[in-house]
Design a binder for this molecule. Structure first.
Ligand code: COS
Length: 388
């Protein structure tokens, strides 16, 4: 749905209030307990956060990409663990079905994903398959009217909470590359599906990841997303094109929040008889951070508009994800620096957000993968222009 500008502004204002009044005050508790309080999850459901992008026909808000990134600019201001709670439903845990699912798969899963009753997870990465996502080793062997899945998926965000997994598995063992991979919608509770222990992570406490292990896990043929074998890698890449823009928007939100924190600290803290904010060397860090966050915001909006216009935005999504995740890393680092010794102390949020931000440069494609996506397209265009 294209919201009119008043409705979008209202939605963003509501989300900003939610972040300021509920999420930011709960950050310390979430980091300490490694869990998001049930009352906050319930508020997220009431606000429709799990269904921001699910089509309206299936109970979601059906936001366009531009609307989604505007919403995420706001929600991204809170510690990233909060976003993780609903974001797999908004993005990678639902989009495989929303983009490529059969009508039956959409009808079966999207309404419950949109309401947050069902949590969706995206299972691509494996112990030996990280950036080289086309080399998936998990197998899905067809036996009559079932597929039998075997293999391990690693670092699966929200897996401990998930009721549904989008699983990329190899249906054609003779085909070693991307074209032998298919995507499946696998329900929790299917015999042969087990979860590993939640990982202890550098940051983002309260967001949970673990292994998902398949041992002769039998799923019906109807679980094959889109009903066609060999399309799973492409489904994953389409999901990631959108996911990378979403992550870039989250980086923008966090960048802006951290800059606010940095300024609030600098105008209050006095040294050498002046506030930190009076020192030009410190001011340079504000200016660089503002320019970083502003550039990232502009890239995300531009790429989102192009996607809404139906253009292929693989390159723009990679540019935005790369730039915005590197930018938030720089800004989080400057914030620690401005806080000095306090920046290293748990009581202040600077060190937590610094650790939290680090993941953005890794998941949904490392910075180096984004460089490869961008550079490959440039070289291919240059070759075509040269008639080579
Ligand atoms: N949308 C649709 N199709 C796409 C696509 C996209 N964005 N990107 C690639 N494809 C298609 C290609 O067109 C190609 O199709 P054909 O075989 O019909 O020509 C097929 O998919 C294989 O593409 P490619 O040859 O580019 O695959 P590679 O194995 O070289 O992998 C990278 C490309 C490295 C970009 C990919 O593996 C990747 O993104 N890796 C990172 C994975 C990742 O982000 N993991 C994070 C964890 S998931 S949260």
């Amino acid at each position: 749905m294209a919201l009119d500008s008043d409705t979008l502004a209202q939605l963003c204002a509501t989300l900003r209030r939610f972040v300021d009044e509920e999420l930011i005050p709960a950050e310390a508790e979430v980091a300490e307990t490694e869990a998001i309080p049930g009352r906050i999850v319930a508020q997220m459901r009431e606000l429709g956060l799990f269904g921001l992008t699910a089509p309206e026909d299936f109970g979601g808000l059906g936001l366009t990409m531009e609307e989604e990134v505007n919403a995420i600019f706001e929600l991204g201001r809170a510690a990233p663990a909060f976003r993780s709670m609903f974001a797999t439903n908004v993005g990678i845990g639902m989009q495989g079905i929303a983009i490529d699912g059969t009508p039956e798969q959409k009808a079966k899963y999207l309404p419950r994903l949109a309401s947050g009753e069902l949590i969706g997870s995206f299972a691509l990465t494996e112990p030996e398959v990280g950036s080289d996502a086309g080399s998936v080793r998990t197998t899905a062997r067809r036996e009559g009217d079932v597929y039998v899945l075997n293999g391990t998926k690693r670092f699966i965000t929200n897996a401990p909470h998930a009721g549904l997994f989008t699983v990329m598995a190899r249906t054609d063992p003779a085909q070693k590359g991307a074209s032998g991979v298919s995507a499946f919608a696998v329900e929790r509770g299917t015999p042969g599906l087990a979860l590993g222990k939640p990982e202890k992570k550098m940051g983002q406490q309260g967001a949970h990841v673990c292994d998902v292990i398949f041992e002769d896990c039998r799923v019906p043929v109807s679980a094959l997303i889109g009903g066609v074998e060999g399309q799973g890698f492409k489904t994953a890449m389409k999901v990631l094109d959108k996911g990378r823009l979403h992550i870039a928007a989250a980086c923008v939100g966090l960048s802006e929040r951290i800059l606010d924190d940095m300024l609030a600290y600098a105008v209050g803290r006095r040294q050498f008889g002046k506030t930190l904010a009076d020192f030009q060397l410190i001011q340079a860090m504000f200016a660089d951070s503002r320019a970083d966050a502003y550039a990232a915001r502009c890239m995300v909006i531009d790429a989102a508009r192009k996607r809404d216009a139906g253009l292929n935005v693989s390159v723009e999504a990679s540019c935005a994800k790369m730039f915005a995740s590197e930018a938030v890393g720089r800004i989080a680092d400057r914030n620690v620096q401005v806080h000095g010794g306090n920046g290293y102390i748990r009581e202040y949020r600077a060190e937590q957000l610094y650790r939290d931000a680090r993941l953005f440069r890794i998941y949904e494609g490392t910075t180096q993968i984004q460089q490869i996506v961008i550079a490959r397209a440039l070289v291919s265009d240059a070759r075509a222009a040269a008639g080579l």
